[in-house]
Write a protein that binds this ligand. Structure first.
Ligand SMILES: Cc1cc2nc3c(=O)[nH]c(=O)nc-3n(C[C@H](O)[C@H](O)[C@H](O)COP(=O)(O)OP(=O)(O)OC[C@H]3O[C@@H](n4cnc5c(N)ncnc54)[C@H](O)[C@@H]3O)c2cc1C
Ligand code: SF4
Length: 409
């Protein structure tokens, strides 16, 4: 008897069952019979909702899934003309940057650079649309992917949303005449699916991980919003740097600080796959932005309200040319940046990479499949901090075993 042909739905289910799904939505591009839905734990996950649009399931679809799903594989990038920074990945050029328009800078998460570029690219017809994320107009506690086509739409989609959303599933996310802003896992999947020549313009941001949707719902309730109250606007940050978590209903506006919302409510609920992420800095993007926090005397980031500043890294020549044109058009203001100063105020990114090999080993020892990560130098890092690696491996194995036995009982 010949071996059974793997089907896409079965492969997707295996990634989800292993806890390796990031909720990016790229698999929906391979089969519109899948849909991204929130599971009971508040995670965005692919679900078969109708008969596969791929019949019979073709081997090349499964092969495309295998090379693009971030729960299966992520490759470090080495674009032409780039030099690899040990932690931040490939760099063609880098700047400190913010939106020149003060309203856009104020609206954005840090310097408003992604919003400024989105507004400019879409409103001047340089791209057909920019896929991003915004509050769901019918229930602002939820987040949806959106295609932005003008400045007003870009301002609505400004600001980080610390909740599940699958930009890579948007129907326009692979349009070569368009652009996408997405989390690093979303852009790595899109880059792998589209290839270099047909890819849309890919923009990303530094990412610590995606919290559960339930964390937003619980936080809104804990701030005094009643069950029957409709939330009409919800911002996680922005309108200042970092700005406040703010929810607006027809009756009231409630808010809390970034420290409180991210540090105590949202951050602790980030999904498992994000703890195993090799690429929190968006290596597959043409252009990536991150918070360029000020540091205190001990070097820790200071979250005091201020005019936002981003670090902006062009990974490709396409990304560098875009920034140069945006600066010439007065859209962005840029200055030189010291990338080691950036690393100093991104402790999570540094720590996660340092102990990642240990966590992957612990996961494998507990019997779970692990994604394949190539070119990130994880073994070298593990070798340089053997104690931390061992501790991470033991801790992860114990945690995964505990979770598995809880799930069985
Ligand atoms: C889940 C998450 C984790 C983050 N972790 C870090 C971190 O570890 N370090 C750090 O420096 N910064 C982190 N950020 C913040 C991010 O780096 C800043 O948004 C970045 O500096 C860009 O700033 P900006 O002002 O240019 O962005 P803006 O101009 O505010 O533009 C933000 C863009 O991101 C899109 N977007 C918002 N939320 C999402 C989402 N959940 N999924 C996909 N697209 C989205 C918006 O549509 C918009 O296009 C995180 C953001 C998110 C959403
Ligand atoms: S990580 Fe992305 S591509 Fe892989 S199964 Fe999850 S949603 Fe689909």
């Amino acid at each position: 008897m010949g071996r059974a042909v793997p089907t896409l739905a079965a492969e997707v289910a295996r990634v989800v069952a292993a806890g390796n799904c990031s909720g990016c939505g790229a698999c929906v591009q391979l089969d519109r019979g899948l849909e991204m839905q929130l599971d009971p734990a508040g995670r965005s996950r692919p679900v078969p909702v109708q008969l596969s649009t791929r019949r019979p399931p073709a081997g090349d679809v499964v092969a495309a899934f295998d090379r693009s799903c971030p729960g299966r594989r992520v490759d470090a990038q080495a674009p032409e003309g780039s030099v690899r920074h040990d932690l931040l990945g490939p760099v063609v050029a880098a700047w400190e940057a913010w939106a020149t328009d003060p309203d856009v800078r104020h609206a954005g998460s840090s310097g408003g650079v992604l919003t400024a570029l989105t507004a400019w690219l879409a409103s001047t017809g340089q791209v057909d649309q920019v896929v991003g994320a915004q509050a769901d107009p019918t229930d602002a506690t939820r987040t949806v992917a959106v295609a932005v086509t003008d400045r007003a739409g870009a301002l609505v989609a400004a600001g980080s949303r610390y909740a599940p959303v699958a930009n890579a599933a948007h129907p326009a996310a692979l349009d070569p005449r368009g652009a996408v802003v997405g989390k690093p896992c979303e852009v790595s999947a899109l880059r792998a699916l589209a290839g270099d020549t047909d890819a849309p313009l890919l923009m990303s941001f530094f990412c610590a991980g995606v919290p559960a949707q339930t964390a937003t719902t619980d936080l809104v309730r804990s701030l005094g919003v009643g069950d029957g109250e409709r939330v009409t606007d919800l911002r996680y940050r922005g309108r200042g740097w970092p700005g406040e978590f703010t929810a607006v209903t027809e009756q009231q506006t409630v808010r809390t600080s970034y420290d409180e919302s991210w540090g105590r409510h949202l951050g602790p609920t980030t999904q498992w796959r994000c703890k195993l992420c090799p690429d929190g800095t968006g290596e597959s993007a043409d252009l990536v932005a991150g918070d360029f926090w000020h540091a205190d005397d001990r070097g820790y980031p200071v979250f005091a309200d201020d005019a936002g500043r981003s670090v902006l890294i062009a990974r490709t020549r396409r990304g560098r040319e875009l920034v140069e044109r945006a600066v010439a058009a007065g859209v962005l203001t840029v200055g030189p940046v010291d990338l080691d100063a950036v690393v100093a105020v991104q402790p999570l990114q540094a720590d996660r990479r340092r102990t990642l090999a240990g966590r992957l080993v612990g996961n494998a020892l507990a019997g779970r499949p692990v994604p394949r990560y190539r070119g990130f130098g994880l073994l070298g890092r593990a070798w340089r901090s053997p104690r931390d690696t061992l501790r991470a491996a033991r801790g992860t194995r114990a945690r995964v075993r505990r979770e598995s036995s809880r799930a069985r009982s």
